[in-house]
Design a protein around this ligand. Structure first.
Ligand code: SDX
Length: 422
């Protein structure tokens, strides 16, 4: 039974349709609101506004539920692989044995990057932040694959663009790292799987043999799964709105990388470690930093805490916290900032300020501790997030394109000067 909402303005009543999703979520469809009432809505940060209807990811912030195409993040993290989750997220169903093999083979075929893209990389000084390098390398794909500029080309052409960026992103990410270290860039080793190939491109040096540690490869695969998609977050919404102008997949993904860079979004995993390091350097006094986070006059925020949607707990944070204990133990790493992180969490979860605002550890709170144990430098943490989020960005862009969604162009309420004679 279709429901409606009534809105009363200046004594007139207007009826607006209410739509319901497959998980019982309801929304007032305001697509005809202005035509009917002359009014628009205002919702800075879109905290109450749905931008689209999507079948990719379901989140329930109150219950701490995260599912991709119906599969729970707990099951996927435990039983799946990153490339299987990428396939599921992008194409909608788990791949058959043949489908995943062909997907992996296709990706392996495209890991090499045009040699001239090295010239883009060489233009970046070693102190460049790897996220800026990554977004530039992704944008450079538009020059080397001009056919990718047409998002409405044949299904096969769009799919080839998708395969190419999934295949080349680890190469770009590793090159961004090598550029930072002042080391020679490595080429992909197609005898290795996705994660192991990335680790080898990252850490292999011409001076010594490099063997991928299976514990590290498994931990990395799980971390990539946990970052695969998160419905209409800041960077995914950026990818959608850039793609809504019919800009190419690569231009849209590059925009998503830049949105993820911000410390309130994917950049938080870097900011968490910097915060924990500062607390450690300051004698490990967590209560001082809890007070700073609560002080409205202090810009300091408890990085890795709070979430726009999760008002109970972030299921990914629980999985990562457990994985952090396992990985550090297996690798024999004793990282004092893990203890500081746990101490901070313990104090915050009891503190009225955080409890009243439903502030819990999010995906970024513990991920940096694992990345550190895997030998990944702090400035590369958000690049790791981008590597994991790539399938989600692709899936969101593909769904928006296939649904032929209109160009995104929000309205505003003008508050500036009225007409003035020149
Ligand atoms: C990600 O959207 C996604 O799905 C994102 C993500 C994904 O997978 O794509 O999950 C990944 O980005 C996780 C979030 C990483 N960011 C951080 O850890 C940065 C620290 N957290 C915040 O800045 C904040 O919690 C946000 C940005 C995550 C959410 O901000 P909101 O929803 O806009 O909430 P808000 O800023 O309005 O905060 C509500 C209240 C405010 O206090 P009052 O004005 O009500 O008194 O909570 C306070 C805020 O000051 N608050 C914090 C806080 N987070 C919110 N106070 C101290 N420390 C914090 N971390």
């Amino acid at each position: 039974m279709s429901q409606t909402a009534e809105i009363k303005v200046d004594g007139k009543t207007f009826e607006l349709p209410i739509i319901e999703g497959s998980e019982g979520e309801k929304a007032i469809d305001i697509s005809k609101l202005r035509a009917q009432t002359g009014l628009i809505t205002l919702d800075p940060g879109f905290k109450n506004t749905g931008s689209t209807q999507s079948a990719i990811t379901f989140l329930d912030g109150e219950k701490g539920i995260l599912r991709h195409r119906g599969y729970s993040i707990e099951d996927l993290a435990e039983k799946s692989s990153f490339l299987e989750v990428a396939y599921l997220t992008i194409y909608g169903n788990k791949p058959s044995a043949e489908e995943i093999k062909s997907f992996q083979d296709e990706i392996t075929k495209h890991t090499l990057v045009h040699e001239d893209i090295k010239k883009v990389l060489d233009g970046f000084p070693s102190n460049s932040h790897p996220m800026g390098v990554l977004s530039s390398l992704v944008t450079s794909l538009t020059a080397f694959y001009p056919e990718s500029l047409d998002p409405n080309r044949s299904k096969d052409a769009v799919n080839l663009s998708i395969i190419r960026i999934i295949a080349k992103m680890p190469t770009f990410a590793a090159w961004a790292y090598k550029n930072k270290m002042g080391h020679p860039a490595n080429y992909p080793d197609n005898s290795l799987n996705y994660g192991s190939n990335f680790l080898k491109m990252m850490f292999a040096l011409p001076t010594e043999k490099y063997d991928v540690d299976p514990v590290v490869a498994k931990a990395l695969d799980k971390l990539l799964i946990l970052h695969a998609d998160h419905e209409q977050n800041c960077s995914a919404s950026t990818v959608r709105i850039v793609g809504s102008s019919q800009a190419s997949l690569y231009a849209s993904i590059s925009a998503g990388i830049n949105a993820l860079w911000g410390p309130l979004h994917g950049g938080a995993n870097q900011a968490v470690i910097e915060m924990l390091e500062a607390i450690k350097a300051d004698g490990g006094d967590t209560s001082k930093y809890i007070e700073k986070a609560k002080d409205k006059n202090d810009p300091f925020r408890l990085m890795g805490f709070g979430h726009r949607v999760y008002k109970n707990f972030d299921p990914r944070a629980r999985i990562i916290k457990k994985a952090a204990d396992e990985v550090l133990e297996k690798l024999g790493v004793n990282d004092p900032i893990l203890d500081i992180a746990k101490g901070l969490e313990e104090v915050a979860l009891k503190d009225e300020y955080f409890v009243a605002r439903n502030l819990y550890p999010n995906v970024d709170f513990y991920s940096g501790i694992i990345y550190r144990a895997l030998g990944i430098p702090t400035e590369m943490f958000t690049v790791m997030f981008a590597l994991g989020r790539l399938p989600g960005w692709i899936a969101q862009w593909k769904e928006m394109r296939e649904n032929n969604e209109p160009i995104g162009r929000p309205r505003q309420i003008y508050t500036g000067s009225n007409h003035r004679d020149y």
